[in-house]
Design a protein around this ligand. Structure first.
Ligand SMILES: CC(C)(COP(=O)(O)OP(=O)(O)OC[C@H]1O[C@@H](n2cnc3c(N)ncnc32)[C@H](O)[C@@H]1OP(=O)(O)O)[C@@H](O)C(=O)NCCC(=O)NCCS
Length: 305
C-alpha cells in the first residue's frame, strides 16, 4: 500500500505534544524560527529561508506534494501551550513514505522530536495502513539519528548524495521501520569477473580502489574476492580465472563511490590503473570515471553530481 493520498491529516496527541495539521499560511510565521535558522537548516536539502514569505512558499510546496502529511509540533501543556515548536510528518512525492522532522533551536534537548517522530511513525504504520516508512539522515547528523532510533527506525542502506547548495557530497543513512518485519529476501549480489591473471588483477584493483582482499583460493589464486568496505559484508566483487581458450566476455560493473570520488580517481591513477580521465558529470546527474581492465571489463566509479 502507498497510503491514501487524498485524506487530510488528522491531529495527533502525545504525552506532551499536540500535532496539528500544517496550515502553511498561518504556521509559516512561527515555523520561520526554524526554517530561517542556519543552525537548524545545516542538514536540510536547501539553505535557510530568507524570510517568513519564503518559508510559507516552501511549506506550501512541500504540503502540496502527493502523499504529503505534515503536522506542526506544539506544546500541549505549561505556559507555552500551543506554541509551534517545529514540524513533523510524511514527505510527499517519494517512493517509500519518508518521515521528516525539525524543531526550532530553543526546543532541542527535551525529547520533543522523538516523541513527535514516534507518533507520526505509529500513525503511518497504524491508522494510515502504510507498510513501511523511512528517513534519510546524513551520517554526521547524530541528533537526527537518535530521533530515528527512538521512533523505531533501523539502518537499511547507505547512499551518497549531493545538495546543490553544498560544496561537498555527503553520506546518507536510509533508516526504516516496517509494519510487519520480514527477512529481506536477498541481502546482496556479488559479481564475478573472469580474468586471465587473478593475482595481478587483484593487486591492481585493490591498490586502485583502496580495497582489500577478503579471500583468495589457490596459489596462485584462481578465485578471489575484492572487499570495498573495511567492514564485513560490505560491497564486494570477485575475480575468477577464465578459461584461456575462451575469448573474454567483458562485464560492466557500476560502483557507487558515495563521497570520495576525486580521492578514488587520484588513487586509481597513482596505482597505474587504466583510468578514463578525471570524473565527468553524466546527463543522469552522476560524476563518473571508468577503469578498464585488460579483458575489457569496465569498472565505473560513480559519485553524486
Ligand atoms: C533533529 C532534531 C529535531 C533533534 O532535536 P533533539 O532535541 O536532539 O531531539 P529530541 O527532541 O528527541 O531530544 C533529545 C534530547 O532531549 C533529551 N531529553 C530531555 N528530556 C527528555 C525526555 N523527556 N524524553 C526524551 N529525551 C529527553 C535527550 O536526553 C536528548 O538529549 P541530548 O541532546 O543531550 O542527547 C533537531 O536537532 C533539529 O531540528 N535538527 C535540524 C533538522 C534536522 O536535522 N532534521 C532531520 C533531517 S533528516
Amino acid at each position: 500500500m502507498t497510503g491514501g493520498e487524498r485524506a487530510p491529516a488528522a491531529p495527533l496527541r502525545t504525552i506532551r505534544l499536540e500535532l496539528v495539521p500544517l496550515d502553511p499560511e498561518a504556521d509559516a510565521g512561527p515555523l520561520h524560527r526554524a526554517y530561517g535558522d542556519e543552525a537548524v537548516m545545516r542538514w536540510w536539502t536547501r539553505p535557510a529561508c530568507a524570510d517568513a514569505g519564503e518559508t510559507r512558499r516552501y511549506l506550501t510546496e512541500c504540503a502540496g506534494l502527493p502523499g504529503a502529511r505534515l503536522w506542526t509540533v506544539r506544546s500541549s501543556d505549561g505556559p507555552g501551550r500551543g506554541d509551534v515548536l517545529g514540524l513533523a510528518g510524511l514527505l510527499g512525492a517519494v517512493d517509500v513514505p519518508g518521515l521528516t522532522w525539525l524543531l526550532r533551536r530553543d526546543a532541542w534537548g527535551h525529547g520533543y522530536a522523538r516523541e513527535a517522530a514516534r507518533a507520526v511513525a505509529d500513525h503511518a504504520l497504524g491508522p494510515l495502513g502504510l507498510d513501511r516508512v523511512e528517513a534519510w539522515v546524513e551520517a554526521a547528523n547524530h541528533r537526527s539519528r537518535a530521533v530515528a532510533a527512538a521512533a523505531g527506525l533501523g539502518e537499511r542502506a547507505r547512499l551518497g548524495q549531493r545538495y546543490p547548495h553544498r560544496e561537498h557530497p555527503h553520506e546518507v543513512i536510509v533508516l526504516g521501520r516496517a509494519r510487519e518485519e520480514e527477512p529481506t529476501a536477498v541481502l546482496g549480489t556479488v559479481v564475478e569477473l573472469p580474468v586471465r591473471d587473478v593475482a595481478g588483477t587483484l593487486r591492481l584493483v585493490t591498490a586502485a580502489l583502496g580495497a582489500r582482499t577478503t579471500f583468495a583460493m589457490g596459489d596462485p589464486p584462481y578465485l578471489a574476492e575484492v572487499g570495498l568496505s573495511p567492514w564485513s559484508g560490505g560491497p564486494r566483487f570477485r575475480l575468477a580465472a577464465m578459461d584461456p581458450e575462451e575469448p573474454p566476455s567483458p562485464v560492466l560493473l557500476h560502483l557507487d563511490a558515495a563521497t570520495r570520488l576525486d580521492a578514488l580517481h587520484r588513487a586509481a591513477a597513482d596505482a597505474g590503473a587504466p583510468v578514463s580521465g578525471p570524473p565527468v558529470l553524466r546527463p543522469w546527474g552522476r560524476r563518473e570515471f571508468v577503469i578498464t581492465l585488460e579483458e575489457g571489463h569496465e569498472l565505473t566509479l560513480s559519485g553524486p553530481g
